[in-house]
Design a protein around this ligand. Structure first.
Ligand SMILES: Nc1ncnc2c1ncn2[C@@H]1O[C@H](COP(=O)(O)OP(=O)(O)OP(=O)(O)O)[C@@H](O)[C@H]1O
Length: 589
């Protein structure tokens, strides 16, 4: 992205032919229009002189042919320009999608990122038009030159008068472009809120809650407020722009009248013919239009400069953690151990750490279950183990090597994770499972045989699932979750992290799954997070977290003996504690 030439090359990929044709037509049109003005002048002079009406009629026929040619060429040029715009838009989308490749998720999981991403996407959308601008500028410059010469031939000083009178417009366009950009950045938060609320109103997944909680009006009120605020900002901006434009529009009218006046004086003093008068007036109109479009292109170029700065700033701020460190080492060995040493982690923008002084050794063959109250940091710890968050040096080690010195993508190759917010992909079942690697039928079938209950019963592997595709089959919450687990298993990495990944499974399937998984344990390090304490005895170690610290760790039986936090949690889960502490549950009569 920082390399401007390669960026432009990528954006313009596949458009060169269209550009060349469009530019050529632009130049041809300029030549045609200029010739057409000459014909108009000659025709008028012939008519005024009434010397040869036949010549005038021939000139009219010539004019007709010229106009038809110009109209057809303009249509064809428009068609080619649309092609350029579509291709450039596609290329830009591809570049943006490729560029947004964070090294970790620490900074991308913040509202600030979402806001800035919004602005960058807006800027990228407007870039598509800008790439057309580059070519249009060339054509505009040529056409301005042509018309200036044409006018110069009749009234030498007029082109300079026109240039002078159009100068304020240039200033205005540059200013408008800058203000529009600043405005988009400033109002992005409100615009995003409006879109978020709108999504809530139109998303079918929210309808059941809207019905049961009668929340539609509540959401609508919030949406209308955000809408009104957004509209107020837009209108205020448009009002200021219109007021500013009024001044410049008056100057433009003065310019027109001034030019007319000078020409009329020329005709009265017989320094120009009536034909020249008509031709110069027409040329002035085209020249002014070209100057105005050049002014607006100048504004757009300014916008381009601002956009580029914003995009590079965005990529540097959020997506380049690794590049700030030393040259990362490749990590291609077989993973044997993961070690956390006095790990401390605070989310960006938070003053207090979520994970505090956590030390833990995980070896291949270990099966560890993390338990603790809501919000104690289990998911955060799981993501830290997977290398998904940025941490200070000397805290997380893979095979004894500091993960900060390792190439992150190599780390991710060793890890499979099912988080609580796994994605319901609108793909076929086979694709949902195999997307992490090249599809391999044998590997897919092996997983399906080993864990048949993870695959929706009676469905073909090529069936498309999800609400987002027409004709797709809908799955239940548990079925989606099972597919997410199958995807993680298919990846077959040495570390498997399951963050409440079985929460939607029925108890029998859950137990069967963990039982089957344990038989694969020798080749994997398994880390699970669960609130269902009945599966804990299956794991080699339970780790209890409280406010970001490990307060107890050991096998289930050892921890029960401690009579501490773990034993209280287990009792509460099995209802033993509830009965003894709160007495019997009253019967409903
Ligand atoms: N992206 C984030 N940005 C800022 N704070 C976060 C983020 N994600 C989680 N937190 C905060 O970190 C703390 C721990 O969250 P975490 O999700 O790790 O808890 P948990 O133990 O997994 O909880 P639960 O059992 O409810 O899933 C919470 O206070 C939460 O608000």
């Amino acid at each position: 992205m920082t390399d401007s030439r390669s960026f432009n090359k990528q954006v313009l990929e596949g458009t060169y032919k269209d550009y060349a044709i469009t530019a050529l037509i632009g130049l041809l049109l300029t030549a045609l229009t200029s010739y057409q003005l000459d014909v108009t002048k000659n025709m008028t002079d012939e008519l005024v002189a009434l010397a040869s009406p036949r010549t005038a009629l021939l000139l009219l026929a010539e004019l007709f042919a010229l106009l038809i040619c110009a109209a057809l060429l303009r249509l064809y040029q428009q068609y080619r320009q649309n092609g350029i715009q579509l291709r450039v838009q596609g290329n830009l989308d591809r570049i943006l999608a490729f560029s947004i490749e964070p090294v970790t998720i620490s900074r991308t999981e913040t509202p600030g990122f979402k806001n800035d991403l919004n602005v960058v996407r807006f800027s990228f959308q407007s870039l598509a038009g800008l790439y057309l601008t580059f070519m249009q500028i060339t054509v505009a410059v040529v056409s301005i030159g042509t018309y200036m010469i044409l006018i110069f031939k009749h009234v030498w000083y007029l082109p300079f008068v026109i240039l002078l009178l159009n100068a304020p417009k240039w200033h205005q366009e540059r200013r408008t472009a800058r203000d529009r950009f600043v405005f988009a950045v400033r109002t992005s938060e409100v615009a995003r809120e409006k879109t978020l609320l709108q999504e809530l109103l139109f998303n079918p997944a929210t309808f059941s809650e809207q019905l049961v909680f009668a929340s539609k009006l509540f959401i609508m009120r919030k949406w209308r407020r955000a809408y009104a605020e957004n509209m107020k900002q837009e209108l205020r901006f448009n009002r200021l722009e219109t007021i500013r434009k009024m001044g410049y529009s008056c100057i433009a009218v003065i310019a027109q009248i001034a030019v007319q006046f000078l020409l009329i004086v020329g005709v009265i003093q017989h320094s120009i013919t009536l034909g020249a008068y008509i031709s110069v007036i027409a040329a002035t109109g085209v020249l002014e239009a070209s100057l105005l479009s050049l002014a607006s292109y100048a504004g757009q170029l300014h916008h381009y400069k601002l956009t580029k700065k914003k995009v590079i700033g965005f990529l540097n701020e959020y997506l380049s953690e690794q590049s700030k460190k030393d040259e990362p080492m490749l990590f291609q060995q077989r993973l044997r151990t993961i070690e956390l040493r006095n790990l401390i982690f605070a989310y960006p923008g938070r003053d207090w750490p979520t994970i505090r002084q956590v030390s833990l050794q995980i070896r291949l063959g270990d099966s560890i279950v993390l338990v603790g109250d809501n919000g104690c940091g289990k998911s955060t710890l799981a993501k830290l183990i997977a290398g998904l968050h940025e941490v200070d040096a000397g805290m997380i080690f893979y095979n004894g090597a500091d993960t900060n010195r390792l190439e992150r993508r190599q780390i991710y190759k060793k890890v499979s994770i099912v988080t609580q917010d796994y994605i319901n992909y609108p793909f076929s079942i086979y694709e949902c499972v195999t997307m992490s690697a090249d599809p391999d039928d044998a590997r897919y079938e092996a997983i399906r045989k080993r864990y048949p209950y993870l695959f929706p019963e009676g469905m073909d592997k090529h069936s498309i699932v999800g609400l987002d595709r027409t004709g797709a089959t809908q799955l239940s919450g548990g079925q989606w979750q099972k597919l997410a687990i199958a995807r993680a298993l298919y990846k077959d990495s040495p570390v498997l992290i399951l963050d409440e990944a079985t929460s939607a499974l029925d108890p029998e399937t859950e137990k069967r799954f963990f039982h089957d998984l344990m038989t694969e344990r020798s080749t994997k390090a398994l880390i699970a997070i669960t609130h269902r304490m009945n599966v804990c005895p299956l794991f080699s170690k339970s780790v209890v977290l409280q406010e970001g610290r490990i307060v107890e760790q050991g096998h289930h039986d050892e921890l029960l003996q401690l009579n501490g936090k773990y034993s209280r949690m287990f009792e509460a889960y099995t209802m033993e504690g509830v009965r003894s502490k709160y007495g019997s549950v009253p019967t409903v009569v």
